[in-house]
Design a protein around this ligand. Sequence first.
Ligand code: NDP
Length: 335
Amino acid sequence: MDQARTLMPSEIRDLVVSVLAANGLGDEAAQAVADVVARAEADDCRSHGLYRVEGYVAALRSGRVNPAAQPCLHRLKPALVRVDGDRGFAPHAADIARPHLVAAARANGIAALAITNTHHFSALWADLERLAEAGLVAWGFVVGQCAVAPHGGTAPLMGTNPIAFCWPRPDGLPFVFDLATSAAARGEVELRRLAGETLPEGWAIDAQGAPTADPGAALSGALLLFGGHKGSALSMMVELIAGPLIGEMTSRQVAALGQDDGGPPPGGQLILAVDPSSVSSGALRAGEGFFADAAAQPGLRLPSDRRYAARARSAATGVRVPCVLLDRIRALRSA
Ligand code: NDP
């Protein structure tokens, strides 16, 4: 029997919208979430694709996420925008606030957007690509689920706390990197648990602090950081700037709430954006010199090259979705 079905990204999007709508989510928010899920599937970032839909639905069904959220924008300073997501999903608040961040960055040369009171389960590149398309250089930070031990520690203190960056390219798709500060994203560990696979060395410790290759033991122990003490410092920075700096909780404070319905954690996100033309009219062209030097090294690939190749493939031939996953997601429209 066929173990997977081929869906076009637009079909994935429509499926997710229908599932979220059937679970009471307003149309604008459903479109925003489904857009990120479909783009993640198309770019072969499965840990933030369809696999997350059950969590989104769980958070709606438990009542933790507000299905009728009305994100509210606050202009704190000329270059400082905050959107209160009204307990909704982060992609919805981000969609509403993004044009204001872009306008503020163009007017002031630099601007920041604090996204608060939302639930975040998404990949950051999805937000940043939109800003690169608007010609901005940008950074994104989000406090992830508390699962990561600090360098030298043995228990979760930080989230998987991704950092992303984008740089528009005059003649092509933007340069974007997006990385969890943990050795691997928590979703990746969960996917390996579901697939019955083991973890590479250096990803995790168990509840006693001993190294483990068992995803289950890792999820009840702690994930490790990338880059030892350097990753630890970056992760701590994310806790502070996407947490207390913007009036949000740290990942440990979120974990202490004990809201474990399997959905996205509540928390904050910070996005910084610079209009390169405000700093130097030739900035983006000059950047191309750097990319030309990089391209001269055989075998080198830039961050996002894999995603862009997957995106082109998906647009042409669709995305293979395991039938088991598809059936589970379709079933979420009822019950
Ligand atoms: P990866 O380690 O797979 O990749 C990190 C970055 O490095 C990507 O930009 C990737 O580009 C690039 N890269 C990977 N391999 C190479 C290579 N050989 N040469 C050059 N560049 C390379 O991602 P993570 O597991 O760290 O994170 C996955 C996702 O999880 C991210 O999108 C992140 O936002 C998300 N996340 C979300 C959280 C949340 O709470 N919302 C929490 C934690 C993570 P490419 O994509 O092209 O491979």
